[in-house]
Design a protein. Structure first.
Length: 294
């Protein structure tokens, strides 16, 4: 029997949800509407209001080779950070998914990185990967010039990717461990009785059964890589050297607040928003319908 709550006062339900509605309107719908307005208009020189230009801002953005380089770099950044983070988190979850002495301690320790703010982690990793004083600086003492993220764009991008992946390990670890612990132990016992070793049981039993969790984390990590990388990049590299670590979200900030191209930055933000919406649609409309537990 379905139970429903009824209110005699019709105004009371709206009063209860009003704070949440106000927050959504102020911090999501209002900024999104302003971004749409700026994306289709162009501010006149020396003020004087905005002029409707239609899709000219989008044509300018899509015709910029630097923007497409940023898109490709963002895709590489998202795939690399997601792959490293999810792989390490899965390995750690597989190791601690056993009723052994001390596993609870490791389960708690592996979650700690998720509680660290991205700018704080960026400062720490910037010191760790410093070519002069960090741990990696020891390599430069042995082989001078082998590592220098201040002048080498590939080194700088790798440094940011590693930091982003490290931050996401705790989040992925929680979901992987929960999914593994939901698998009935009777399946492992049956597999062991059939002669399957730990590696075979992992490949044939555990990985297929946690497929929904894996694909959910894949989409969520990719979205996070596209949208939550600004703090790390701003603290660690500021988009340099020579724009080699400039991803889509950071280019929006750079063009809007430093280049004062508000209309171009707004058009880029709309493109990024559509990309995130597309990934979300894939997650909820395609993956959840086609991926099921065996």
């Amino acid at each position: 029997m379905e139970r429903r709550a009824y209110y005699r006062n019709r105004l009371l339900p709206w009063l209860l949800i009003a704070p949440q509605l106000i927050l959504i309107f102020v911090f999501f719908y209002w900024p999104a509407s302003q971004a749409l307005y700026w994306a289709f208009t162009l501010e006149q020189a020396w003020g004087g209001g905005n002029v409707w230009v239609g899709f000219d801002n989008f044509r300018q953005v899509f015709g910029d080779a630097r923007y497409w380089n940023t898109v490709m770099r963002s895709g590489l950044y998202a795939l690399a950070a997601t792959g490293i983070s999810m792989t390490l988190a899965l390995v750690l979850a597989l190791f601690v998914d056993r009723s052994l002495r001390g596993t609870k301690i490791f389960q708690d320790v592996y979650i700690w990185p998720y509680a660290i703010a991205a700018p704080a982690a960026g400062v720490a990793f910037r010191f760790i990967f410093s070519p002069e004083a960090g741990l990696v600086g020891t390599l430069n003492g042995m082989w001078p010039g082998i590592w220098n993220p201040a002048t080498n764009g590939a080194h700088a991008l790798l440094m940011v990717i590693v930091c982003h992946a490290w931050l996401g390990i705790g989040y992925n670890f929680i979901f992987f461990l929960a999914a593994l612990q939901m698998i009935p132990r009777s399946m492992f016992e049956a597999g062991a009785m059939d002669g399957a070793g730990p590696a075979r049981r992992m490949i044939d039993l555990q990985l297929p059964l946690i497929a929904p969790t894996t694909f959910f984390l894949l989409i969520m990590n990719i979205i996070s890589s596209f949208t939550d990388s600004f703090g790390l990049i701003d603290v660690m590299t500021e988009g340099g050297p020579v724009g080699s670590t400039e991803v889509m979200v950071y280019k929006i900030y750079f063009d809007g607040f430093r280049g004062l191209d508000y209309s171009g930055a707004a058009a880029q933000s709309i493109v990024l928003m559509l990309l995130v919406m597309a990934l979300t649609f894939v997650q909820f409309k395609w993956i959840e319908r086609r991926i099921h537990y065996a």
